[in-house]
Design a protein around this ligand. Sequence first.
Ligand code: ADP
Ligand code: AMP
Length: 206
Amino acid sequence: MKVVFLGAPGAGKGTQAALVSKRYNIPHISTGDIFRQNINNKTPIGIVAKSYIDKGQLVPDEVTIELVKGRILQDDCKNGYLLDGFPRDVAQAEAFLSFDKIDAVIDIVIPFDKLMRRLTGRRVCASCRESFHVDFIGSLQVCPKCGGTLTQRADDRPDTVAKRLDVYTEQTAPVSRFYEEHGLLHRINGDQAIEKVFDEIVKVLG
Ligand code: ADP
Ligand code: AMP
């Protein structure tokens, strides 16, 4: 099964992707995570990506498309994959159509005014990459799952979040309409408990 997760930053894509990846035994491919790994390792891609990510902008299409093209050819994608964070604009969606065929697109929708809090309260485990929220974990500084260190993403600070939400409205929201026209889009209400969102996604994916 080849699935794409759409949704604004903070909608819950990463949280749901971790669950879906486990349930269906397919790799969770987050372009944001791949960029952050490259930034940590100071690779040429990481150096380019950092200059855009720090400003809340999208990394250029040519860099991102090549990265995904290479990633989905890897062995672990033989039985499918889950893409989280790609495609992020219509040019990426069009390019993607030309090199692979997907089964479903899940668009996780939550009211826009809830996204700022979701993002500024997000804490991410540096070891297992799982996301948590201060509303649930308070001031805990170690990952409840693996004991790794919880960190706040640099681009989850309020000024960068505002820019990312503008970029979503202008460049990424049209991707939902693109997939709707292709008959692949399923909208899921992301403004409910994590388990309920997951149940709705499983109903769609079967
Ligand atoms: P995305 O990958 O779409 O940017 P995340 O999955 O990282 O979003 O979720 C953003 C924040 O919201 C995290 O702190 C996460 O723990 C929290 N979160 C995710 N899903 C829900 C939910 N259904 N209800 C409340 N908080 C959630
Ligand atoms: P995410 O982890 O999905 O929130 O992505 C973090 C940042 O990585 C984004 O704000 C972008 O700068 C960059 N990024 C992730 N995926 C893409 C993509 N498909 N196209 C361009 N930039 C991306």
